[in-house]
Design a protein around this ligand. Structure first.
Ligand SMILES: Nc1ncnc2c1ncn2[C@@H]1O[C@H](COP(=O)(O)OP(=O)(O)OP(=O)(O)O)[C@@H](O)[C@H]1O
Ligand SMILES: N[C@@H](Cc1ccc(O)cc1)C(=O)O
Length: 471
């Protein structure tokens, strides 16, 4: 079960009340109310001061440039990472410029934020491979996201902003330690470093903190400074756990650039998104081991569809606002329809289809929907080729020998003993074929139930359905 924590830092409750009050003035993403719209969507947790200045810039129609970084600590980004990326995407489709950093340098050091233990170090070739995979995934996410918005919600929108993908190793590889300390060291205050949540939490607990992790905030701070100076990137976005690292960047920029025209006219900002957490409050992500990944080698489009189909009634509206670009009025209509008969899970079906479409495209989203309908018994397919393709793409196609008997097959599919499988059969819980013929005894000739002499649909009770290719 997932939740979006309302606020995790001091003053959070206060901010969320303000957020709710401000949200009354929502418009559907018009520039004047863009920040409020994004708060209403549940995509903003905190904005650094002076927020009015940022609001004024948006109201004036200024083009903004913002970034969000991801460390290559796994092969793939996951649904938790998508929360800040959805915030970026919302700005991007409205013509603002966005930048992604993949942390080739920071990934080697290790961010202590939100962690109670030290990270294990990673082999260089694994990290490099992760950098290249995440680079491709993020580029594709923004391409697909922009296309999905265009095709679905705004075919004549003015076009998205510019997208820049960077790797922080590109600038860190040239930075010399002595030069760095001499130029920036005096602007980085130890007191502030010690007070960051990521550091103080570890110092106040049993877990120790290596110098690498302690200095991580300096690396991220300098990244922001680098992008601010070289790319005019004035906003950094991240999950709530990144507040300390992001404000470290703002402090550095303000100190190094003190009194500069750039800092007066275009001060740096932090915007954080709420953290998606599990029901016991753990951040949904790699470290907690509960992530759903975007890389299809790890999780298929059907896994993503299925994940959202399992959303609780309580979370459907919230997730539609966070994980889709569906206009607010349309979300309200979906929720109204859903609430008339929640047991039909209409809201979940819309959510699952939209998110899968945005991430993996229309075809895969339609495929996932068909698979789900077949499994729930609301769609019949008599095309064995289609069934084999759909279920093997989703990596849930089962295979068995053509001469198998039903008890052995149930035992294998349900991972239970033959005795247990026999009981299921005799109790009438096993059904075969599209027309769900109840089987009450062990049979060896399954041919009359096969689709195109090859594929068997087997149900056990109401919950379990398997598509089996008999070879
Ligand atoms: N569950 C989540 N909800 C919202 N944002 C998240 C979530 N998980 C990660 N993020 C954000 O995604 C961005 C990239 O995060 P990162 O690469 O560190 O992944 P991660 O899953 O947090 O990693 P790890 O679990 O190893 O700490 C950060 O801004 C982070 O705050
Ligand atoms: N520290 C971020 C990733 C990141 C890396 C470099 C940056 O400049 C920004 C963000 C995280 O672990 O989630």
């Amino acid at each position: 079960m997932l939740h979006v924590s309302r606020c995790t830092r001091n003053g959070g409750t206060h901010i969320s009340i303000i957020t709710r009050v401000l949200s009354r003035y929502i418009s559907n993403g018009a520039n004047t109310q863009l920040l409020n719209h994004l708060k209403e969507r549940g995509l903003i947790s905190q904005v650094s001061a002076p927020e009015e200045k940022l609001v004024t810039k948006i109201q004036n129609g200024d083009k903004l440039k913002m970034y969000c970084g991801v460390d290559p600590t796994a092969k793939s980004i996951h649904l938790g990472n998508l929360v800040p990326m959805m915030l970026l995407l919302n700005f991007y489709i409205r013509g603002h410029d966005i930048v992604n950093i993949v942390g080739g340098a920071t990934g080697a050091v290790g961010d202590p934020s939100g962690r109670t233990t030290e990270r294990k170090s990673m082999a260089d070739d694994t990290r490099l491979d992760n950098v290249s995979r995440i680079t491709t995934q993020l580029k594709r996410f923004f391409q697909n996201g922009s296309r999905y918005y265009n095709d679905k919600y705004n075919s004549n929108h003015n076009g998205s902003g510019e997208y820049l993908m960077t790797n922080n190793y590109d600038w860190w590889k040239d930075v010399k330690m002595i030069d760095f300390l001499a130029t920036y060291g005096k602007h980085i205050r130890i007191q502030s470093m010690l007070s960051r949540d990521s550091v103080s939490a570890r110092l106040n607990s049993q877990g120790s903190l290596g110098f690498n992790e302690f200095t991580y905030q300096i690396l991220q701070a300098y990244d922001f400074y680098h992008l601010y100076k070289n790319e005019n990137t004035t906003i950094q976005i991240g999950g709530n756990d990144q507040w300390g690292n992001i404000t470290a960047g703002i402090d550095l920029i303000n100190r190094v650039e003190q009194n500069s025209k750039q800092v007066k006219e275009n001060p740096p900002f932090a915007i954080t998104v709420p953290l998606l957490t599990t029901s016991n409050g753990q951040k949904f992500g790699k470290s907690a081991g509960n992530a759903i990944f975007l890389d299809e080698e790890i999780n298929t489009a059907y896994d993503i569809y299925q994940f959202f189909l399992n959303t609780t009634d309580e979370d459907v509206g919230r997730f539609l606002k966070i994980f889709t670009l569906m206009p607010m009025e349309k979300i309200s209509r979906v929720i109204e329809t859903h609430n008339e008969k929640p047991q039909l899970r209409y809201g979940q079906a819309v959510l699952a289809k939209e998110v899968t479409e945005m991430i993996h495209g229309t075809k895969k989203s339609e495929d996932a929907e068909i698979i789900s309908k077949i499994l729930f018994g609301t769609y019949d397919s008599n095309d064995s080729n289609e069934l084999v393709r759909l279920f093997s793409d989703a990596r849930i196609l089962k295979k068995a020998k053509i001469n198998t008997d039903i008890v052995s097959l149930v035992s294998e599919l349900m991972k239970c003993s033959k005795g247990e499988a026999k009981r299921k059969v005799s109790q009438g819980s096993v059904y075969l074929g599209n027309n769900k013929v109840r089987i009450l005894e062990n049979i060896t000739d399954l041919s009359q139930y096969l689709i195109d002499n090859e594929v068997l649909l087997l149900r056990v009770g109401k919950q379990k359905c398997f598509v089996v290719q008999l070879l």
